[in-house]
Design a protein around this ligand. Structure first.
Ligand SMILES: Nc1ncnc2c1ncn2[C@@H]1O[C@H](COP(=O)(O)OP(=O)(O)OP(=O)(O)O)[C@@H](O)[C@H]1O
Ligand SMILES: [Mg+2]
Length: 508
């Protein structure tokens, strides 16, 4: 067991108390405290916008707080700038690296260093040697004479840390240092962090990756909405401890979500009820949910969570093992025909293999699901009118409805498939990755189409792997994990952090 110095208050290296900071109307920090001990890696956890960076920027002298005290090694400071903080041994390493790309590694490490400035003629040989000593301390094998700009991003970040050491920093603040690193690069950064920690440096670490926090931290402080929530040593902390504190308030709302959604959405009809649906493969492992008319529900989850399997089971593409599906209170059987009759229609995830017949015309693709139905006999001209109606409504760009589908752009092909599904007059339109491989313009158009369909009262369930898309189009966010529904959150309550927590099984 290594001895960790300093849990005693007298040993506190940094003490921040009563820190508040407003940016115009935004109260970024409200009476926040933070204590840092020598020789610890202290993770600052919190959702986006909780105030983590603001707190570090205040400590590092980048910005000033409105109120509060910053005490470094027993002395109160109000750092007017970064240099003043560095003089007291506090260095903030932000994502916007402050290195000068054209200068050498050694020059950057000692840039603005007191000794260098004072020496009239700078002895770069000595500087390089001193730089090598620091790099050795970090077990880094980097040529000190090459321009920093030629190094990969992860090494540049390490050079910034070396620079902090050149300034004899005893407090190093790392704001999301891993966000653009590859896993092996993260590992070497962690080695450097551990090395410094063992030398007694206090390190603050910020990351949105749960795995990283749990791996590296000795202690945690959690912020939420600009407030201090809790602080604890790593021994008592696991992912649910963190998530509860980061999202506690919202979590309370989740519990009620399934109860309150219906009430919160007056005028919406409870359209589809899925109860403990299971498929034969077990990939869909007891999903229950309710979908409403006029609503877009976004289904998020990681690859392999069972989202595609779920929607395919819903429309009878996959064998149902157990559970029930009801549309407007009427039981729906497990075949594709049952699903279509009940008004469930799926735009599958892989257009090329599952839905689009590329050599067939736009007209034939669009009518593929509805033409065979014996109850709708139609003439060629009636068909043409229907197809042109959809081409208009969904603004499908094609010169000729009898041209092969493959002559259309991906976005327009997708619109044809959506039209095909709408042509059977569904009550619930399900889309699996509707904008995959589609450009931005067509994406926006598809979102617009979905919104206007929902406004007409259609219920829409859309599976997407892009959180941004989920947030952009959904009224409600559903999350699947390991074949089950792990969250059902109204859009206003949904945050990236919360969805990720649910997708990784941290919210049950
Ligand atoms: N310079 C600024 N001007 C205006 N508002 C700001 C500024 N800096 C931060 N804020 C606001 O203050 C709040 C806290 O932001 P901060 O960047 O500290 O959060 P964070 O916890 O670091 O979030 P993230 O995890 O997204 O990096 C946010 O609402 C943010 O929009
Ligand atoms: Mg930040």
């Amino acid at each position: 067991m290594e001895m960790r110095i300093g849990q005693a208050p007298g040993d506190t290296r940094v003490m921040m108390e009563g820190i508040s900071k407003a940016f115009g109307p935004v109260q970024a920090l409200n009476d926040v405290k933070l204590a840092l001990y020598p020789g610890e890696i202290h993770t600052l956890a919190g959702e986006n916008g909780s105030g983590k960076s603001t707190l570090l920027r205040i400590l590092g002298g980048v910005i000033r707080s409105d109120t509060g005290r910053v005490i470094v090694e027993g002395v109160e400071h109000d750092f007017p700038n970064v240099r003043a903080a560095m003089r007291e041994g506090v260095t903030v390493v932000s994502q916007e690296l402050s290195l000068v790309p054209a200068l050498s590694v050694a020059e950057n490490v000692f840039l603005g260093h007191q000794q260098v400035r004072e020496a009239r003629g700078i002895n770069w040989k000595k500087t390089q040697a001193a730089c090598s000593v620091i790099l050795n301390r970090l077990n880094l094998d980097i040529d000190t004479s090459v321009p920093v700009g030629t190094l990969p991003q992860d090494q540049q970040q390490l050079i910034e840390i070396a620079r902090a050491l050149a300034f004899e920093s005893r407090v190093i603040l790392l704001d999301e240092p891993t966000s653009s690193l590859e896993p092996n690069e993260v590992e070497s950064l962690f080695q450097v962090m551990r090395q410094l920690r063992d030398e007694g440096v206090a390190i603050v670490f910020i990351s949105h990756r749960m795995r990283e926090m749990l791996e590296i931290s000795d202690r945690y402080t959690v912020l939420r909405d600009g407030r201090f929530i809790d602080t604890a040593p790593a021994e008592g902390v696991d992912s649910s401890w963190l998530i509860e504190r980061m999202v506690l308030k919202r979590r309370a709302t989740i519990g009620q979500a399934s109860v309150t959604t219906g009430a919160a959405a007056p005028g919406r009809v409870q359209l589809v009820e899925v109860d403990k649906l299971r498929d034969r493969s077990g990939r869909v492992d007891g999903v229950s949910l309710t979908l409403f008319s006029g609503e877009i529900a976004g289904l998020a989850g990681l690859a392999g969570a069972g989202r595609t399997e779920f929607v395919e089971t819903l429309v009878g593409y996959r064998h149902r093992e157990s559970g029930s599906v009801r549309v407007l209170d009427k039981e729906v059987g497990g075949t594709t025909r049952d699903a279509v009759k009940a008004g469930l229609s799926l735009v599958p995830d892989d257009r090329r293999y599952k839905s689009a017949v590329l050599d067939m015309s736009v007209r034939d693709n669009l009518l593929l699901s509805s033409r065979g139905a014996p109850w709708v006999p139609r003439s060629k001209s009636q068909e043409g009118a229907i197809v042109r109606g959809w081409v208009d409504k969904l603004r499908i760009k094609t010169s000729d409805i009898d041209a092969p589908l493959k002559t259309l752009s991906g976005g327009n092909q997708q619109k044809v498939i959506i039209a095909r599904c709408l042509q059977v007059s569904p009550k619930l339109l399900i889309l699996d990755e509707p904008t995959r491989g589609i450009d931005l313009g067509a994406r926006a158009e598809i979102y617009e189409i979905l919104r206007s369909l929902a406004a007409e009262g259609l219920s829409i369930l859309t599976v997407s792997s892009e959180l941004e898309e989920i947030f952009q189009i959904s009224d409600r966010v559903l999350v699947m994990h390991a074949g089950q529904l792990s969250a059902d959150i109204p859009r206003a309550e949904a945050t990236e952090q919360l969805v990720i927590a649910a997708a990784t099984g941290h919210l049950q």
